[in-house]
Structures are given as structure tokens and as C-alpha cells.
Design a protein around this ligand. Structure first.
Ligand code: PHE
Length: 338
């Protein structure tokens, strides 16, 4: 009897069950009413009284083993049916076409990041402005040509409501609300009533910088812009300041960077000058400080403004400003960082 039990035990342990048909076979053979284990219980009647306890336990163990094997295999077969285990479910179903930041946004972020390392914080102002913040508060004379209908999109005439033509308007808003020290940059969209061509657009982006404190000098302006140019265009970049004019700065300058294409030797991108013009800047005119109630005897400051499209075009050698507004995937894809 014991021999029979042990044989059945090892048979059950060794049997391998891979399909539901095999599982059913197993159940019929061992666990059904007429199965081998139940038959053992019939034989049990003939076991001598001394052996009963031991044999009874052996049969119970055997039954338990068969039952356990049946449920374990049943569960794993059910699971395999529910999920096709030959598939890798961690794989994505399709190669995903993810979007990326627009090159203008990338450049703006890069510029903001460089200036924030120099202690500048970011502020923004409205795109629809009044005459005061775009012109009068910035020391534009009454008859200045920049107020002309040809440059400015007017929404309303007297009182003048217009689309800002430069981000310098945010300078005025900041100075109205804060006393120095002020160290901020103002990125934003600007609008000019100009014909659209490869080089100019009626909508573009600028980033403006303003630093006002005691003893701010032209040397501070120059050093700040040199650091920016090296960070943005590369460590070998040099700068050149040329005298210029803006109503709101005195003295004023335009800044060129050495041409990153030819390294300053002269090529068709820099028109054989070795330099590329990138921004306007200067010391904030005392009239501008006073117009916003900042004491020009105590404080001085510098300001600068640059076109984001322009420096993106220079950095990546983009020949036409209109690409930025067309949203052609083939163009945008080239700036994808993924
Ligand atoms: N606002 C000027 C422009 O749009 C740029 C500028 C900003 C110049 C600040 C000097 C100081 O051209």
C-alpha cells in the first residue's frame, strides 16, 4: 500500500502539464471520484489497525499535493490566456512623434538662463500699450518719426492705444512700480507695420534688459554683454560697440559680435566685415529715469534690447525670418532635442 502511495506521489510530482486538455486529464486521472486517489481510500479498508494512522496521513498528503498542483497550473494557464506572454508589454506601440519647443522659445529660454545667472529676473508687460509706455515715457519727442503710422499699428487714436513696437515699454512699467536696484529682463512679442520679407516681419520677439542702481557704468554694460555674447555664441566670441542713437539712452550704442561662421576673417554671412550686429544698448537717459520718478542724481543704469529671431537666425544660419512663422514640420524638426 505504502509502495503504491509513493509511486503515485512521484508520478504526480514529475508530471508536466502545459495545456488545459492535459490539466483535465490530470484531474480525471487523480482527483475525480473514480480517480487513483479515491481508489486508495477504498483500499484503505484493508489496512491493518497499526498502520492506519500512518497510511491515512500519507494518502491525505498525496491528495493535498495533487490538489495544489491542479490549482497552481490552472491559475497560470488562465493568466497566460488573458495576456499573450510572448509580447513585450513595456515596448511602445508606435514610434511616437513627439513635438519640441519652437526655436524662438528655445533661444528665449537660453537667453533668460544666461542672464538669470547674472542676477536678472524676468518680467513681462502687455502687448497692447498706450503712447506713454511705448514712446513718451521713453523720451521720444512729440514729432519723432517712430510714432508715425508707418511703423506703428494703432488700435485707437487720441488717446493713442497701439501694439507695442519694442519691449522697452516694459522698462517704463517696471520703473513705475519699483525703485532701484532693478535688474530685470523682459522677453516678449512686438509689432511693427513693416512689409514682410526674408529679413523683416511685422511680428517678432525681443528681449530687453534693464539694470539700475548706484554707480552703474558703461563698463558694467560692456562686461555684461560680453559675458552674454560668449555664453550664447561661444567662448571665442568678441564684441564691438558702435556709437548709435536711441531717444531713451545716452550714450547709445549698437553691439556687434564677431562672426561665428568665419571667426572674424570675413565671409558672405557677415558681408566680409567679420562682425554681425545683434543689439541696441546704452545708458538709461536721465529724462527716462525722472519720467518714472527715479532720482537720476542718485541712480544710473543701462539698458539693451535684441531681436530673438535675429540672433536665432545668426546662430543657426537661417536665411529667412518667415520660416519661424510657417510652422513647417520639416523646419521645426531640425531644432528637436529628442
Ligand atoms: N528698443 C530698441 C529697439 O527696438 C532697442 C534698445 C533697447 C536700445 C534698450 C537701447 C536700449 O530697437
Amino acid at each position: 500500500m505504502k509502495d503504491k502511495i509513493n509511486k503515485l506521489l512521484s508520478a504526480i510530482q514529475e508530471i508536466s502539464i502545459n495545456t488545459t486538455a492535459e490539466l483535465d486529464e490530470f484531474r480525471l486521472k487523480y482527483l475525480s471520484k473514480k480517480g487513483e486517489i479515491n481508489n486508495l481510500f477504498n483500499d484503505f479498508r484493508n489496512v491493518s489497525a497499526e498502520e492506519r494512522k500512518e497510511v491515512g496521513q500519507l494518502i491525505n498528503n498525496l491528495k493535498q499535493l495533487a490538489q495544489d498542483k491542479f490549482t497552481t497550473v490552472k491559475e497560470s494557464l488562465l493568466y497566460a490566456q488573458a495576456v499573450d506572454v510572448t509580447e513585450d508589454y513595456t515596448k511602445s506601440s508606435e514610434p511616437l512623434n513627439t513635438g519640441s519647443r519652437h526655436p524662438i522659445s528655445q533661444t528665449r529660454r537660453e537667453i533668460v538662463e544666461i542672464f538669470s545667472r547674472m542676477g536678472f529676473t524676468v518680467a513681462e508687460g502687455p502687448e497692447i500699450e498706450d503712447d506713454w509706455h511705448v514712446f513718451s515715457g521713453l523720451n521720444f519727442p512729440e514729432e519723432h518719426p517712430a510714432r508715425d503710422m508707418q511703423d506703428t499699428f494703432f488700435i485707437n487714436k487720441s488717446p493713442d492705444i497701439l501694439l507695442r513696437t519694442h519691449t522697452s515699454s516694459v522698462q517704463v512699467r517696471t520703473m513705475e512700480k519699483n525703485q532701484p536696484p532693478i535688474r530685470q529682463i523682459f522677453p516678449g512679442r512686438v509689432f511693427r507695420n513693416e512689409a514682410i520679407s526674408a529679413r523683416s516681419h511685422c511680428i517678432f520677439h525681443q528681449i530687453e534688459g534693464l539694470y539700475i542702481d548706484k554707480d552703474v557704468s558703461f563698463a558694467d554694460l560692456k562686461q555684461t554683454l560680453l559675458i552674454f555674447a560668449k555664453e550664447f555664441f561661444g567662448p571665442d566670441t568678441s564684441i564691438r560697440l558702435r556709437p548709435s542713437f536711441f531717444p531713451f539712452t545716452e550714450p547709445s550704442a549698437e553691439m556687434d559680435v564677431s562672426c561665428s561662421i568665419c571667426g572674424g576673417k570675413g565671409c558672405n554671412v557677415c558681408k566680409y566685415t567679420g562682425f554681425l550686429e545683434i543689439l541696441g544698448c546704452g545708458m538709461v537717459d536721465p529724462n527716462v529715469l525722472e519720467a518714472s520718478n527715479i532720482d537720476s542724481k542718485q541712480y544710473t543704469g543701462f539698458a539693451f534690447g535684441m531681436g530673438i529671431e535675429r540672433i536665432t537666425m545668426l546662430k543657426y544660419q537661417i536665411k529667412d525670418i518667415r520660416y519661424f512663422f510657417e510652422n513647417d514640420i520639416r523646419f521645426l524638426k531640425q531644432f528637436s532635442k529628442f
